[in-house]
Design a protein around this ligand. Structure first.
Ligand code: URA
Length: 211
């Protein structure tokens, strides 16, 4: 597993505002959206492109365009939805699939409750959106699901990660596949309820309220 922690003052500034418990949901959604676009810039550094001829007002030249099959973006429901707009702003022609994962609050085990994805992901580059890499259970289950369908490489974009979760992902995929985690920060630890410390609280609740 490759880990990329984005060291940039704007990333740190937006993350600090997200952490603030006084930040309301509309502001939280806007900041999360902006932060994802910054993370996505780095996360798509290895997106596959192919040569593409173009004629400028001055002369013909050769540029690039996204290769086919196009990348697929997979927000993990529900909190990953808050990252979707910020991601597709940068990759507007990507396809979007959905994966619903729920975490049992006692066992902390993740299970799939919904999926809208192509059966065949052969050769596809996948970008998984999950704001909080906490225990790693949700991310490991999601990435496993994509690799079983033939995904070629998977990049997870997380606003925050815990060392414990990163270790779980690293152990699960080190010898198996090209898996990259891109995040704004690696925090101190998990608490006994599986929350990231200092973290930003429950990302889904802060985005959408407690329902
Ligand atoms: N999920 C969240 O939303 N927040 C955490 O801190 C951990 C998991």
């Amino acid at each position: 597993m490759r880990l990329s922690v984005i060291d940039h003052p704007l990333v740190a500034h937006k993350l600090t505002a997200l952490r603030d418990r006084g930040t309301d949901s509309p502001t939280f959604r806007r900041l999360a959206d902006e932060l994802v676009t910054l993370l996505a810039y780095e996360a798509t550094r290895d997106v596959r492109v192919e040569p593409h001829p173009v004629t400028t007002p001055v002369s013909p030249t050769v540029g690039v365009r996204l290769s086919t099959p196009k990348p697929i973006v997979v927000p993990i429901l529900r909190a990953g939805l808050g990252m979707l707009d910020g991601m597709v702003r940068l990759l507007p022609t990507a396809e979007v699939g959905f994966l619903g994962m729920i975490r049992d609050e006692e066992t902390l085990q993740a299970t799939t409750y919904a999926n809208r994805l192509p059966d065949d992901l052969s050769g596809r580059q996948c970008y998984v959106l999950d704001p909080m890499l906490a225990t790693g259970g949700t991310l490991v289950a999601s990435i496993t699901y994509l690799l079983e369908r033939g995904a070629r490489d998977v990049t997870a974009i997380c606003l925050l990660a815990a060392p414990e979760g990163l270790e779980v992902v690293r152990t699960a995929f080190d010898d198996v596949a090209a898996v990259t985690v891109v995040t704004a920060a690696v925090d101190e630890r998990l608490d006994s309820s599986g929350y990231i410390v200092p973290g930003l609280g429950d990302a889904g609740d802060r985005l959408y309220g407690v329902v």
